[in-house]
Design a protein around this ligand. Structure first.
Ligand code: ADP
Length: 254
């Protein structure tokens, strides 16, 4: 559904941040994008719904070159919810994202249990509430693809679990998901496919079992393997993709 073809991006100050990103997001899957701070993940995110345009290369949505914002198709949730809002209240924020369609605004308020907050100024909300609201705003227009940068940021363990459950519900209802995260323990048990970004390029792509069986590459990139995997590998060296696949499947079944 979303394709990046050799996408480069250079900021005005000359920083060449994306250095030829090519990847395909297929409908119905759960993806994770991982990589060290500063490798270009947020810059990539800003290209997924047309906020940024490539300096070179192309982004395609359903086969068509992206020339304008894809608000209705691609929902984006930033790591810091403070960066998400344009309007003073929840209701006005939803009205902006739903072009004033009152029926859809009411539906979104109901679906996200926002009725008691609808007139509350957004700056009165806690960061956790803002994060929840940013998710509600992104999902209100029922995008086919939702991209969430660091879902756990600003949330406690219970809120973060609630958010992941919500993401999984949406996935089951047909939304394709991409999560950008540093939580590799979450990645190996949640994602169908993983992209590893390094220095503005995708350097590894595959199932969690494939990705995490490339221990040498993780070591070279100075990325940590998931904690549980590190414990397991102490007794099971060398760790093949097949072994890892079987272990992850067993883990998922509890
Ligand atoms: P990540 O999300 O992986 O941490 P970013 O995409 O935020 O990476 O940043 C990648 C690089 O781009 C960093 O070196 C960062 O300093 C630089 N960068 C980000 N935004 C700007 C900007 N507006 N102008 C210049 N450089 C930027």
């Amino acid at each position: 559904m979303l394709q990046f073809h050799d996408v480069h991006y250079t900021y005005r100050n000359g920083a060449h941040v994306l250095k030829g990103v090519s990847l395909t997001i297929e409908r119905g899957k759960k993806y994770a994008l991982i990589g060290k701070n500063g490798c270009g993940k947020t810059t990539w995110l800003l290209h997924t719904n047309g906020i940024y345009r490539p300096t070179k290369g192309e982004v395609y949505w359903e086969g068509k070159r992206v020339k304008e914002r894809l608000r209705q198709h691609v929902g984006v949730v930033f790591q810091n919810p403070e960066h998400q809002f344009l309007a003073p209240t929840i209701e006005e924020e939803l009205a902006l994202s739903l072009q004033g369609n009152s029926e859809r605004i009411e539906r979104a308020i109901k679906a996200f249990s926002l009725a008691e907050w609808r007139d509350v100024p957004i700056h009165h909300l806690s960061l956790g509430q803002k994060k929840w609201l940013s998710l509600a705003v992104a999902m209100a227009s029922q995008p086919k693809l939702l991209i969430v940068d660091e879902p756990a940021a600003y949330l406690d363990a219970a809120q973060s679990e609630r958010l992941i459950m919500k993401l999984n519900e949406w996935h089951e209802a047909g939304t394709t998901l991409v999560v950008i995260t540093h939580d590799f323990d979450f990645v190996w048990q949640w994602a169908d496919e993983v992209f590893v970004m390094h220095d503005g390029r995708i350097v590894l792509h595959g199932t969690p079992a494939f990705i995490f069986s490339q221990a040498d590459i993780f070591h070279q990139l100075r990325l940590p393997l998931p904690l549980l995997l590190r414990i397991w590998m102490k007794e099971n060296k060398p760790c093949t993709e097949q072994q890892l696949f079987e272990w992850i499947e067993r883990w998922k079944k509890g």
